[in-house]
Design a protein around this ligand. Structure first.
Ligand code: UDP
Length: 362
């Protein structure tokens, strides 16, 4: 693979180009490269401003159609971001979640294996499963992965994602890279319940919606779980570091930890955590930070906002809810092989996301 950013003959396929990550990636590819984009999604509202771009072709389709799969796989690079990833749906629609996160991406992987396309597949940090509050750093190639029982249907998503990882890694002839995102946040994330989506989105959109509506932030089981939130612009920089690895460039050997030879690209056949360990907070702390930032954006005293409220996981999400208590990524592999580290601080991520949320929905 010899991908040069100024090569007008390259087309990258972005599956899920209308989603949160996909819409940012689309903008970045069009701004930072001369490539063309073949974008596939079912919903294009986030990318209206790109629909008439002459460097783009869009297809409204899902991956259940073999002809669509073959069309996507004809391009040299395929980034697959398409997935159902709304936590409340993991309990209520387990089978559809599994179809979306196993059947469809596996079919795409098979098409890519046949055509020779490089598949950059987005998995999830949720594959680390039911981590305890004392769990240490999670490493791509060492940490054991264990989920709750089948009755705890929260794990339908993680199970499907993990099986897809195993399938991709075992597929003969496939050139692949996989990504485990650690709670990416930023503008255009998720939805506002009752306005442009139903169910319970991830915590950031949920807290933002509650702040805007003047309702209490709900702390599931006391908000003791910890997460490392990662700015979307860092996530996009990571994808560009992966693309850059497709140029066969040699990394600085000191940064690469002594690796002196790359088989073809340092990104091939690798799973990468993408997260920011410096941004770890409990969900209860996140609620307080978001209240403070929201108060400063709206220029109101923070005391005027309702206090957070504790709710039980089962009451909030339904029967079958379970949780990961800590998700701390080890990010050394992305640094050693790709020279990438996330750098956007938590308050900047939250301010950026909240400002967008207020501007978009207020
Ligand atoms: N959470 C919460 N209140 C909400 C939404 C989520 O306390 O309104 C908690 C949830 O129980 C979990 C954490 O926030 O412990 C992160 O949840 P999210 O759904 O964002 O994604 P996850 O990281 O669990 O995949």
């Amino acid at each position: 693979m010899n991908l040069q950013f100024n090569d007008r003959s390259v087309t990258v396929a972005i599956v899920g180009c209308g989603g949160f990550i996909g819409s940012h990636l689309l903008d970045a590819v069009l701004c930072r490269t001369k490539w063309r984009v073949f974008g596939v999604d079912l919903d294009f509202y986030r990318i209206q401003h790109r629909l008439n771009d002459e460097r783009c072709e869009f297809l409204c389709a899902d991956l259940s159609n073999p002809e669509v799969l073959n069309r996507i796989a004809q391009f040299p690079v395929v980034v697959n971001l398409a997935a159902i990833c709304t936590p409340s749906r993991y309990m209520s629609e387990a089978c559809e979640v599994i179809r979306s996160n196993y059947d469809r991406p596996v079919a795409l992987a098979e098409a890519c294996a046949k055509s020779g396309a490089w598949l950059i597949h987005f998995s999830t940090s949720e594959v680390y499963g039911r981590t305890g509050s004392d769990s240490g750093e999670l490493s791509e190639d060492e940490t054991p992965l264990s989920f709750g029982p089948v009755g705890a249907s929260r794990w339908s998503y993680a199970t499907a994602k993990l099986l897809t990882e195993r399938y991709i890694a075992g597929l003969d002839g496939l050139k692949w890279t996989m990504v485990r995102p650690f709670n990416f946040v930023g503008p255009y994330m998720d939805f506002m319940p009752g306005v442009d989506g139903e169910g319970i989105p991830r915590v950031l959109a949920n807290f933002s919606s509650a702040l805007l509506r003047g309702e209490p932030l709900k702390l599931v089981n006391g908000g003791k779980a910890r997460r490392c939130f990662t700015g979307i612009y860092d996530a996009i920089d990571f994808i560009f570091a992966v693309f850059a690895a497709g140029t066969n460039r040699q990394l600085n050997m000191a940064d690469a930890g002594g690796v002196s030879e790359f088989s073809d690209s340092p990104a091939y056949s690798q799973i990468f955590n993408v997260g920011n360990p410096d941004n770890e907070v409990t969900i209860a702390e996140l609620a307080q930070r978001m209240r403070n930032i929201y108060a400063s954006i709206r220029e109101v005293p923070v005391e005027s906002l309702p206090q957070p409220e504790v709710v039980s996981g089962e009451d909030y999400y339904g029967v079958g809810y379970d949780d990961s208590m800590r998700r701390m990524p080890n990010v050394e592999k992305a640094w050693k092989l790709l020279g990438f580290r996330a750098s956007m601080g938590l308050d900047d991520c939250l301010r950026d996301s909240l400002k967008w949320f207020v501007g978009h929905y207020a």
